[in-house]
Write a protein that binds this ligand. Structure first.
Ligand SMILES: *Cc1c(COP(=O)(O)O)cnc(C)c1O
Length: 826
């Protein structure tokens, strides 16, 4: 049976906008600024949301479903306004209402700052998961940090990245609710006092600590068309009652100031590192801060209507998004033992049944470790508990393996202990302290089981499982690409909105000439839309009829933007030396932020911009190649870019990209992948068929063999392959920079050992020729209009598996075991 759409009162909305403009700003519509109109409209939408939000909370109170707490340092939500309208099924009436008020919905949407409380894929995954949880009708809380400054805004000045603070809260956030009644205290430092109480129990009490007040802000997460509204709860830090006059001696004064400083610093800024650990003390404080507050509220919520804390896990599950939230294991142990007097064994039973861990990377620089002395100083009680978890676990390793023939027990301890070499290994704590460990794509999970976490897998195979990532089609098709969304609905109905496997039905149209033409016409319109954006932001005119070849993602050596731009440099040379050679016009589109301290990444951005400058202004090229670097890549412009992509560049060194999700967003929008057999690319090719993707390069097996044997020598390739040599020499011959030495560090990384790194550690030279070949095949395929239309359409038709709805349903069925909420949608 077809569900009735949610009701939305358009006239009420209109009146509400006018009223809000008046009461918030003492203005008429004519006088209000676009920002003020956005705020007024957002508050009007919030009114509608709050009703559903209350209904959801009431239903949860009555039905007592199990709740998942998705714990994550990052939630890369993107703009809320348009997405909320879509999920409320109110986009069209609101668009009409704004039209009638003389306003353009796109311009109103453009007033909203992008909440960028995340770096890249990991944070965006968390956002997609919340959308799917609400849409599938599960009770969920996202738990995170309300950074005052999210991911920095990127400006490009003279080709270089400049980081500008992201002041997303400057005008307030109309969708949030401050919940000061739920504030919690979080304690840092001091020492642990141990004594026996009147009942003979051993009591551990933290004393001499600093304390901050954690105040939650709730943001609504709206399910699609089902009246369910979940919550993203992000915590801000405030000083606890500033100065208590009665204890105003010298020591307390000092401490009051320190506490105030700590509170004001805690949630200031998101660390802008992706797949790399900064190892800063403040980062550990941030982790414990939001985890302690979140775990306290979860326990408190459970006890609102249950009395046996030993059964917490029946109604509560914590999913730890990477190791960043892993102190949750020890924090839950602390609360269960110190506040509720559970024995170690009982507390351990509850904790391991409540916690689950998602691994996101095998890259060694991303493995989170903390120096023991720092950890112990900052979190003295938590450290005691981790120490005891470790002691018992090492015992267990010894019991399991001593006496087993051919097994080196000390080696097992070395590879698995939580405390080793004066470090706290967070991944080991997460694995031992929970009942589920998952990778984020099949290949990644296999690599975890066979290599990185082999010893853990052998000891506790039942914990390991795969959950291939996904993305939400509500944002990345409905909102990002309304033309294509409407076309799909016209062809197969609208069930795909909540069941992406329906896209399969588009396969009936892949050979249909009319459908092909319509599909490619929509792509062209989206390319025109992006071309306008590029003209406005870059001042570069690009041809919407050229191939839009897109690589947008964080800048990282393993993602190999350098490989991409080196082949662009090579082709520039090739066209210049063969002016009459056929070359299908191509627009290379890049977008990427580099971590502020990552020099190689920043120099790669400069290189891309320098290459763009030279090529775009060289009349010899006759516009056959254009290169564009889109400034400040973020969710809002990503939506425009994905919709316009012909070619999706997914060219990481095999084995390094755990999953990737940008690859899925582009597939959904009908882009064809050029990529390595890495991460979820493997599964994408499996769905769409090898003939509808362009795969090249070393396999993960081959990469790992070279790494093990250390027998890769890029200099041999440089000396024997003239194409490679030409591309590399152009880095240092002045073609793209007056200062010939500017790009020397990139050249050196490719040919020599630098620092502790092997020469060309990401195998760029090794994969260069096969990448060029794949690119040639793409140009040939694109020149054949019908062939390309079919391939592109096949990609959209085969993307069903990559909905985050599917991922979440797998977590629910295999790990979380949640109950569906029954909400009367109105
Ligand atoms: C999807 C997405 C990412 C992740 O992209 P990958 O190509 O998987 O690294 C990063 N940033 C934004 C804004 C995204 O939307």
């Amino acid at each position: 049976m077809k569900k009735k759409p949610l009701s939305f009162d358009k006239d009420l909305f209109k009146r509400s906008v006018l009223y809000n403009v008046k009461t918030l700003y003492r203005k008429t519509m004519e006088e209000a600024t676009p920002q003020e109109i956005y705020q007024a409209a957002a508050y009007a939408i919030k009114d509608a949301i709050v009703d559903h939000w209350m209904t959801t909370q009431k239903a949860a109170a009555e039905q007592d479903p199990k709740i998942v707490y998705y714990m994550s340092m990052e939630f890369l939500m993107g703009r809320a306004f348009g997405n909320n309208l879509i999920n409320l099924q109110a986009y069209k009436p609101v668009k009409e209402a704004l039209d009638e008020l003389g306003l353009d919905v796109n311009l109103v949407e453009d007033q909203e700052p992008d909440p960028a409380l995340g770096n890249g894929g990991l944070g965006r995954l968390a956002a997609c998961f919340l959308d799917s949880l609400a849409t599938l009708g599960y009770m969920a809380y996202g738990c995170g940090i309300r950074y005052k400054y999210g991911m920095f805004r990127q400006q490009i000045k003279d080709g270089y990245q400049v980081e500008v603070p992201d002041t997303w809260l400057e005008n307030g956030n109309p969708f949030e609710l401050r919940r000061s009644e739920l504030a919690k205290e979080v304690k840092f430092g001091g020492y642990v006092n141990m004594f026996t109480d009147e009942y003979g129990r051993t009591i551990f009490r933290q004393e001499g600590y600093q304390v901050v007040r954690a105040v939650p802000y709730d943001l609504p997460v709206i399910g699609y068309g089902n009246g369910v509204v979940d919550t993203l709860r992000i915590w801000d830090a405030e000083p606890i009652q500033c100065f208590q006059l009665d204890s105003f001696d010298k020591g307390d004064y000092q401490k009051a100031v320190e506490q105030e400083n700590l509170a004001s610093q805690l949630c200031e800024v998101l660390y802008p590192n992706d797949n790399h650990i900064a190892g800063k003390e403040l980062r550990l404080k941030q982790q414990y801060f939001f985890i302690s507050a979140s775990v306290q509220t979860a326990v408190q919520r459970y006890l609102r209507n249950h009395d046996d804390i030993r059964k917490l896990y029946e109604k509560t599950v914590f999913q730890l998004n990477d190791t960043h939230p892993t102190v949750a294991v020890a924090e839950l142990m602390r609360i269960l033992m110190d506040d509720y007097y559970l024995s170690w064994d009982d507390a351990w039973d509850v904790t391991t049944k409540t916690c689950c861990y998602t691994n996101h990377t095998i890259m060694s620089e991303a493995l989170e470790k903390w120096p023991v002395d720092l950890f112990q100083r900052l979190l003295p009680r938590i450290y005691q508990i981790v120490d005891e978890i470790n002691r018992r676990f090492v015992d267990q390793i010894m019991r399991t393996y001593s006496g087993s023939a051919g097994i080196d027990v000390q080696a097992k301890i070395r590879s698995m202990a939580i405390l080793y070499d004066n470090q706290v290994k967070m991944a080991h704590l997460a694995i031992v302290g929970g009942h589920s460990v998952n990778g984020v794509a099949k290949l990644h999970t296999e690599i975890l089981k066979q290599r990185e976490l082999k010893d853990f897998y052998e000891m506790m195979p039942e914990k390991f499982n795969n959950k291939t990532n996904g993305i939400t089609q509500r944002r990345f098709l409905m909102h990002a690409n309304p033309l294509l969304a409407d076309w799909v609905t016209e062809k197969i109905g609208d069930d795909w909105i909540t069941d992406l496997s329906q896209m399969d039905k588009l396969k009936d149209f892949v050979n249909d000439k009319k459908a092909q033409a319509e599909f490619m016409d929509i792509k062209l319109k989206n390319k025109q839309r992006l071309a306008e954006y590029i003209l406005e932001h870059n001042g570069v005119k690009v041809d919407p009829k050229s191939i839009f070849d897109v690589q947008v993602k964080r800048l990282h050596e393993y993602k190999r933007q350098l490989l991409n731009i080196l082949t662009v440099m090579y082709k520039y040379h090739d066209i210049k030396s063969h002016p009459n050679k056929d070359f299908y016009p191509k627009t290379y589109i890049f977008g990427a932020k580099a971590a502020a301290g990552y020099l190689t990444a920043k120099l790669t951005i400069k290189l891309i911009n320098s290459v763009a400058e030279v090529i775009n202004n060289d009349p010899d090229i006759k516009g056959k190649i254009k290169v564009v670097f889109i400034e400040d890549y973020r969710v809002s412009n990503a939506e425009l870019i994905f919709a316009a992509a012909d070619v999706s560049e997914q060219i990481s060194t095999a084995s390094k990209e755990a999953s990737g999700t940008g690859n899925m967003k582009m597939m959904l929008n009908g882009a064809v992948t050029i990529g390595t057999m890495d991460g979820a690319n493997v599964e994408i090719v499996n769905e769409v068929g090898e003939e509808n993707a362009f795969i090249f390069g070393l396999s993960s097996q081959e990469v790992m063999e070279y790494e093990k044997n250390g027998n890769y020598n890029p200099m041999d390739i440089y000396n024997s392959d003239p194409n490679v040599k030409k591309a590399l020499d152009m880095l240092v011959d002045g073609t793209f920079s007056k200062d010939k030495e500017l790009f020397r560090p990139l050249y050196n990384c490719l040919l020599n050992k630098v620092g502790g790194n092997r020469a060309d550690q990401y195998f760029i030279l090794k994969d260069f020729e096969s990448y060029l070949e794949a690119q040639k095949k793409i140009s040939d395929a694109y020149a054949d209009k019908k062939r390309w239309a079919k391939m592109a359409l096949m990609n959209t038709a085969c993307c069903g598996k990559f909905s985050s709805d599917r991922t979440i349903q797998e977590y629910v069925d295999e790990v979380w075991h949640l109950d569906k909420l029954n909400v009367e949608a109105k």
